[in-house]
Design a binder for this molecule. Structure first.
Ligand code: 6PG
Length: 234
């Protein structure tokens, strides 16, 4: 299984600065090569610093196609929505920004099916993201791929999950490992002492995908980089 490249930085601001530089470089290269940059944004709280930095940089947002690697089954208007955070902080092009369709779906299962339809309609039957941003919960989950849940083995591109142990206790819609591992580049942002124990196990390759879901991220033909602050990675 491919080993991630773990890079440690002094603090969360330095992690965000490194992630912003990588984001800009990948965006420039993708737009030059294919006319657009196809990115999946991460949820949770860690990416907020990155999004605030990206909002100050020169990016061709008209050519940046945005999906979300997971989200809660909530309206983007909710303060717990991952899409809501990005929409508030970034000048995204609404024509090519795809929040999960929570407001027009009966339940999380239907929402996942609809989101996969939108993904395939926008990117084709074998979507390959230029960049997928991810975080890691202190239980070792990533996206909404929680320990012990069925979503870990879903053979679709997008699936749904009941809540994990971390708040908010709402159903989730999430990229699967199948979709994540097709990406050209996967970049994790992991900060905070509460994640240290799982980072140690991750670096040692200890455990299984079921107990430590981040172990399931292993791009078939892509890069895998984990940006850590010292609290999480020392
Ligand atoms: C979510 C996120 C989740 C997040 C981790 C880390 O919807 O909760 O997508 O996977 O990346 O839980 O969250 P923090 O950045 O808040 O620690």
């Amino acid at each position: 299984m491919m080993q991630p490249e773990f890079l440690t930085f002094p603090d969360p601001d330095a992690v965000a600065a490194e992630a912003a530089t990588r984001f800009l470089n990948l965006a420039e290269a993708a737009i030059a090569a294919r006319g657009q940059f196809v990115v999946a944004l991460a949820g949770g709280s860690t990416p907020e610093r990155l999004y605030k930095l990206l909002a100050t940089r020169e990016l061709d947002w008209e050519k940046i196609v945005v999906f979300f690697s997971d989200d809660r089954f909530l309206s983007p208007a909710s303060r717990f929505s991952n899409a809501g955070l990005a929409l508030r902080l970034l000048p995204l092009n609404p024509k090519i920004t795809y929040p999960v369709p929570a407001e027009t779906s009966l339940d999380a299962a239907e929402c996942a099916v609809q989101y996969e339809r939108e993904l395939v309609a926008a990117l084709g039957p074998e979507p390959r993201f230029d960049l997928i941003l991810l975080g890691m919960g202190d239980d070792g989950h990533t996206a909404s791929l929680f320990p012990g849940k069925e979503a870990l083995t879903a053979r679709k591109l997008v699936t749904h999950s009941t809540p994990g142990v971390l708040p908010p206790p709402v159903d989730r819609i999430t990229f699967t490992f199948l979709l994540i591992n097709a990406a050209r580049n996967v970049l994790f942002l992991v900060t905070g002492a509460n994640k240290k124990e799982k980072v140690v196990r991750w670096r040692a390759g200890e455990g299984s995908v079921s107990t430590l879901p981040v172990l399931g991220v292993a791009p078939t033909e892509g890069t895998l980089t984990v940006l850590l602050d010292e609290a999480a990675g020392s």
